[in-house]
Design a protein around this ligand. Sequence first.
Ligand code: CP
Ligand code: NVA
Length: 302
Amino acid sequence: MKHLLKMLDLSSEEIIDILNLADQLKYELKHEIPHTHLLKGKTLGMIFQKSSTRTRVSFETGMYQLGGYPLFLSSNDLQIGRGEPVQDTARVLSRYLDGIMIRTFEQKEVEDLAEYGSIPIINGLTDFCHPCQVLADLMTIREFKGSFDGLKMCFIGDGNNMANSLIVGCLKVGMTVSIACPDDYQPPKEILDFAAEYGDKFSMTNSPAQAAKGADVLITDVWASMGQEGEAEKRKKAFAGYQINDELMIQANEDAMVLHCLPAHREEEITEKVFEAHAKEIFEEAENRLHAQKAVMVKLMA
Ligand code: CP
Ligand code: NVA
């Protein structure tokens, strides 16, 4: 593994390896077993073309805990924001840094960084996918459920970056996956083609109730992602009914867990009541961003 660009690039073994290391790093942190030697003296550049709370703070703190040094690089300040090509930025930054995390719009930009640069690139979210988040989600699912065996994950809502990475990640670790989305907001063909290889382990419908039947893990995300703010009103209409609420929870297994990558829009994709009832899982999931990303950085940069 040279980069983390998208879940599609990882083998099932690589995913499990990252999760095992993440569990170990979490244990070490809780028990004050130092691991600052792991990335001592290494530097991570973090390019942000979109807002972030969790990704920024967990990468920055994680790098510090591993003995390295994180640099926050807002695209407002970089020449990239004034049109310097990503191909050039990649070749320059490769000469200063040991790794780059980037959050941007187009997946191609992340792939170009990897192609032109000579250091590990980590995707911190694009319009296409959010692999760091899904590694944390998988870590949380295994933590609460003990294993992935026989589990069903159901995603309700937009066929967006989160849906894409969840479909791929959950299928790769052996889970059954169902997704409920409006016809006009299905995941892209590349993801559906991948999922089709898993036969009846994958299903897609526009009925949230049908998708949620027998689910062990229910996950949703905002109706309008970053960059889609202008479509918010149109999307509110399209996604009405695509909500995790008490009525939907009845369809799922009794001990079903609920995850949300955050930020959440209460009373849109999830009710306040369900959100608070599952706050334990949701905030453990947020914490696990730290541990999962530390594992990714160690795998790529140590
Ligand atoms: N879930 C997530 O990526 O959060 P941020 O946008 O705050 O980084
Ligand atoms: N789908 C959301 C995820 C935020 C972490 C977005 O892209 O804005």
